[in-house]
Design a protein around this ligand. Sequence first.
Ligand code: 9PG
Length: 635
Amino acid sequence: MTSALLSRIELRFLDAAGNPSALALDAPSDTRESTASRDGLTLSAHLEQALGGTIVRASVANRGADTVRLTSAIFEVATGFDRAAPARFFKHGYQSWSASGGYEVTASQTHPRDTANFITRLNHQSEATRAPEFAEGQTSELFTIVESQAAPERILAGFIGAATSLSTLTISSPEKVVARAILDDVTLAPGGHRELDPLFIAAADESAARMAARWADAAGRWMNARVNAPFQRGWCSWYHYFHTITEDALRANLKSLEAMRSEFPLEVIQLDDGFQSALGDWDTTNTKFPGGLKKIAGEIRAAGFRAGIWTAPFLAARDSHLMLDHPDWFIMHAETGQPVRAGYNPNWTTSDDKFAYALDASNPAFRAHLRHLFRKLTHDFGYSYLKLDFLYAAAAPGRRHDPNLTRGETLRHGLDAIRAGAGDDAFILGCGCPLGQAIGVVDGMRIGPDVSPFWGSTASGAGDPSTVYALDAIIARSFMHRRLWLNDPDCLMLRARKTRLTADERAALAATIVASGGMLLISDDMSLLDTEAGKLFRMLAEISRKIDSNAASEPVLALDLMTTGDIRGLITETAMGAIAMILNRGDTPARVQTSDLKLSAGEIAALDLAFDEKIEIFDTIDLPPHSARILRFKR
Ligand code: 9PG
């Protein structure tokens, strides 16, 4: 029998002279508080048994005479696994677009991203630069699951709070998980006290996907996740028009959607990137949108839809009024003293400098600006659906206005300011967002990278934006839906023209989105869609709503969360029986034995996307390259 055990806690800090120091605590064994002290700095911890596992609660108090700076808190978890037996871990990605999946536990510390540029590492890692001790190749964000070939039980270790720090879990050998709250050298003044985000540890003989849902349940409860928003269906301008969207094109789609309301039943019309006068100036438009934002929202609402708008609230470019008027609202590079570069996009600015800079949400003046801006967009202009993008920028490293806030807290405070301005009724969608800090603030979250009008090669692995990586993420993070927020799997594209997606690929995208139960957004030029597409959309809306309505009580789970193979899938138990989606993401045809799927199935019915049942009992499923099937299992 395996059992995970907290073995040790260590607080790393910089003492009054700025020298690195550490304070270690033998792990507490029960609800009684254990403490360790040095020069008045006290680390305390106790355990609570809850939710089928152990919650570790720790805090730091400074009862000394000097200010110290807190670097990190490290929790060592003994897995009980044989260090010689092969083991795997779930490497969970940092933000919406970052990949998640099963990896071998190895002594090798390297990762392909280690040689990538700063902005790429800032995008996908909680630390742009990892110390060798916490090598990227061995590190998961927020939570992990470890499995050993020599043990039936899996170990879950993960932070279930994230409002006060970014966090990682490093597995460099099967017998140990090193969980770490990243404290960014924040100051702790004499008399100061800081609660650390709680860590959850559990062992169980159940699938990795089910354990992931167990973590999400615990995190959602701890952080008061907003999980009750109505099912969201909408249209988004991005994946057909990209930066070329105009007010006229938006209006033409609005008219089409109004006319085709029964074929395309949806509530939200969301304008994406491309309207703004400058990156950072979100309440004014460029010449492609002469009517301005208030007029556009008015037209959308007059047609009976909710108006949605995209912003990147923690980014600004050199030519924005925001950056020209408030050069002091940015996170500053510790050495150069210059604003920190957090994005790069030639379409975002007319300046020679094509970088986008990270705003500092630790600054109360900037947070006041956020509150005013989002109050204006919602209450004055009439947008009730807010897609907040590139949110990772708020957690960029550098010198901040408030040295008492960690990067994780800075992001959280920024999100809180936006919610305070927008009000409780706005539907807030996070995107490009480190996941933990948004729980309890956002209603929806993009849980994968962008889809695109092409599949992308699974062989190249280059990390180009491509639909196949989006499908991987929809499957890997399906368990979060209605536990942390509503999952946004990104958009459906049904058009058969002006796309490089084949019919099979479009159907695979639709099947994966629908089977996940997540939000249903379409991103086509509606004039390219016929009544057939409309019929299909209605069916899709029907199925996804059914799966969604079930997801709060029974999670949608990956068939095999740890797999690296080309056959992947989702399954959920509903009153109608289990519904599964099987995807062949690979470039060659595949034949799947239904018995290999390890489903306790009775009769299997293959469904087409329209849910027209073709009653069949079969042992094998043939899947062309880049295709998916939806199946129903009758008990
Ligand atoms: C608008 C888009 C859409 C999309 C978002 C986000 O790494 N990159 O350069 C990168 C660019 C764009 C991007 C993601 C990554 O897409 O996910 O839905 O809103 O911004 O610019």
